[in-house]
Design a protein around this ligand. Structure first.
Ligand SMILES: Nc1ncnc2c1ncn2[C@@H]1O[C@H](COP(=O)(O)OP(=O)(O)OP(=O)(O)O)[C@@H](O)[C@H]1O
Ligand SMILES: O=C(O)[C@@H](O)C(=O)CO
Length: 423
């Protein structure tokens, strides 16, 4: 068995493809596994990204799944472990970023790791420990209204400290600007002070490349997908602009959107304004026992032959809050996810072979319903969002082209742009 270099654990499915995309573009051969594989790796790969749906699980379950992923990755020979979370640091006061990071540290027997969600290609920058989304602080970016993980504090040292037993420190931009040696010195200083995790400032890809060089011997790296751009060089691998080729796309086209993030709201609006068919589904109707899935599929069936259709639960923050007040946050989320997953499965049964799913939790639910276990990463549509290809029982033969779009990623015309790229 050939050993892998980098073993990655992603806390949601869109995040996993985001990371895999950056690694592929940096030159690594990557396999993305949905959940912890039951078998050893059967492909030649430099990195494996194990996609979990652990971001919003109870802490103990998130830890247990992450440790199972770690054990599998170690069995494949992984030299370094990467824990991927959201570039908007999506978590609650309990976690799961801090507790999972510390459980991985314990399991790896390491006393120090870094944490940075910086992803400048997607306008996520960290300055003096504070996370900016575009020009505004995290807590003013719309993320303060997230349905499951509202982010109300942009100070990541404070946020992470609230989730960790070990002291949390900062490697600030002045140190990062000086390069690898200065970063290593700062890490030594922090370790000597008993700091276990350090948030790292990064406002450009150059910062991330300098940081990457200083992480070559760190057993565990934690971050968004941005840090990944600086790691392949440590293994002697050079960036590659050739995205992996995917099989030719065929079949009908559809979008399923359960993301309520601001970018997805704009993308849904743009699709409707472009005159494309779109159907909104209502969480309260699902709760009232209406068979929303059958209704949605009956609506889509005659339209699919004319081009892409969109089925969405995407709503603005006020509408989501009103639904949650009636149904409860978790129940509302789970109910909508189950329905959209059943709709995705139904769309594939109707002949859809190019499927866009918006939202990390929603993607997890759809991919699990489709029983997809492994994906190949293809060309990037927008930063952080590639097309992928997977085999699925529901799409026998040529399989399915799939893109899992993170809530806040992608241009306003993302849905149309995605299908145009495969044409
Ligand atoms: N209209 C709605 N009312 C209440 N909850 C909803 C509604 N629509 C979607 N949801 C739930 O909100 C959650 C959205 O999370 P999801 O991870 O899919 O999107 P996101 O957070 O925008 O994406 P990402 O995690 O990639 O940033 C899901 O649990 C979904 O079921
Ligand atoms: O890092 C990001 O923002 C995304 O990959 C993600 O994890 C959204 O769910």
């Amino acid at each position: 068995m050939k050993k892998i270099l980098l073993g990655c654990i992603a806390d949601d499915f869109t995040g996993a493809t985001d990371l895999a995309n950056n690694l592929v573009r940096a030159g690594l051969r990557v396999v993305q596994a949905m959940g912890v594989p039951a078998q050893p790796l059967d492909a030649d790969a430099d990195a494996v990204v194990v996609a979990l749906k652990s971001r919003t699980l109870p802490v103990d379950e998130a830890i247990a799944q992450s440790l199972a992923a770690l054990r599998w990755l170690q069995a494949q020979g992984a030299q370094q472990i990467y824990f991927k979370y959201c570039s908007t640091f999506d978590s609650t006061a309990q976690g799961n970023i801090g507790p999972v990071a510390e459980a991985l540290m314990d399991a790896l027997g390491t006393d120090f790791t870094i944490a940075t969600p910086a992803f400048p290609d997607n306008q996520r920058t960290v300055f003096k420990g504070h996370l900016f989304v575009g020009d505004v602080l995290l807590n003013e970016s719309g993320m303060q209204n997230h349905p499951l993980t509202p982010m109300t504090d942009a100070n990541l040292v404070r946020v992470l400290q609230g989730q960790c037993r070990r002291p949390v420190g900062l490697i600030d931009y002045k140190v990062v600007a000086q390069g690898e040696a200065a970063i290593r010195t700062r890490i030594d200083q922090l370790r000597a002070q008993g700091v276990g995790l350090a948030v790292v400032d990064a406002i450009s890809n150059d910062d991330l490349l300098r940081l990457g060089a200083a992480l070559s011997d760190m057993p565990l790296v934690t971050g968004g997908s941005g840090v990944a751009i600086g790691l392949p060089a440590n293994f002697g691998i050079a960036p590659s602009s050739t995205a992996s080729a995917l099989p030719r796309a065929t079949g009908l086209q559809a979008v399923v959107s359960g993301s309520c993030s601001l970018a997805t709201n704009r993308q849904v609006l743009a699709f409707i304004q472009a005159g494309r068919p779109a159907l909104g589904i209502d969480a309260l109707q699902i709760a009232a026992g209406v068979d929303v899935t059958t209704q949605a599929l009956a609506w889509a069936a005659p339209l699919l032959s004319q081009g892409p259709v969109l089925i969405y639960s995407t709503a603005d923050a006020n509408a989501v809050k009103a639904v949650q007040a009636q149904l409860g946050v978790e129940e509302a989320g789970a109910m909508v996810e189950r329905t959209l997953a059943a709709i995705a499965l139904g769309l594939v049964a109707l002949g859809v072979r190019q499927l866009v799913v918006a939202g990390g939790e929603t993607s997890g639910a759809c991919v699990q319903a489709l029983n997809i276990t492994q994906m190949k990463i293809g060309p990037q549509i927008d930063p952080g969002v590639p097309w992928c290809h997977a085999q699925a029982d529901a799409a026998p033969g040529a399989g399915l082209h799939l893109t899992l779009k993170s809530g806040n990623f992608g241009a306003d015309d993302f849905f149309s742009k995605a299908f145009a790229l495969l044409a």
